[in-house]
Write a protein that binds this ligand. Structure first.
Ligand SMILES: CC(C)(COP(=O)(O)OP(=O)(O)OC[C@H]1O[C@@H](n2cnc3c(N)ncnc32)[C@H](O)[C@@H]1OP(=O)(O)O)[C@@H](O)C(=O)NCCC(=O)NCCS
Length: 159
């Protein structure tokens, strides 16, 4: 039996997050950027608890399945990155991380949530729309791709 826990991330999670991001983010961050995020932003991870016969734990030493990092600026909070282990998707982990983010930020007085996403990232866009985020603009040629460039879609959620 596997159970899952969402908690704040700390610098002790750095190596596991770097490993997760490199294996599951098509555009991984470098370790120093992740370290900076852990020191200066709000961070949550979702992890599997380690039962003896836990197949997830056997496959993934850290048992860390997802990470979300966000910045806080007065009444706004911006999602900087969310990533879920490639092998553990479509189980609601991203939704749970996003809920942890918005619930805690609401308790700090946040009334608007912001994020940017590549226009080709249709899965993430579907996820954000399912939570009530609305597209409010696009930045053309914002991200580099293998083929050239693509737009960033700007989404907000006001509460
Ligand atoms: C985007 C990402 C975080 C989603 O993680 P996840 O844990 O699989 O998402 P969830 O299981 O919480 O999905 C919740 C809902 O979002 C939507 N969704 C998520 N991924 C989707 C996909 N690939 N295609 C279509 N809809 C998707 C669905 O509505 C889904 O509900 P359903 O499974 O009942 O249909 C994950 O795919 C990922 O890490 N991608 C790489 C990093 C990335 O692109 N991050 C976003 C950068 S802005």
């Amino acid at each position: 039996m596997v159970s899952f826990l969402i908690r704040h991330a700390t610098l002790d999670d750095l190596n596991a997050i770097v490993q997760l991001d490199q294996g599951s983010n098509p555009h991984p961050w470098n370790a120093s950027l992740i370290e900076e995020a852990l020191m200066s932003r709000a961070n949550w991870v979702i992890e599997a608890t380690l039962d003896a016969d836990d197949t997830i734990a056997q496959k993934n030493e850290t048992a860390l399945l997802g990470w979300l990092t966000a910045s806080l600026l007065f009444e706004q909070s911006e999602l900087e990155l969310i990533v879920v282990d490639r092998a553990q998707r479509r189980q609601g982990f991203a939704k749970q991380l996003l809920s942890a983010w918005t619930e805690e930020m609401a308790s700090k007085g946040v009334v608007e949530y912001l994020l940017e996403v590549r226009e080709s990232n249709l899965g993430a866009i579907q996820l954000y729309r399912s939570l009530g985020f609305e597209e409010v603009g696009r930045r053309k040629n914002y991200y580099v791709t293998d083929q050239g460039k693509e737009a960033a879609c700007l989404f907000t959620l006001s509460v």
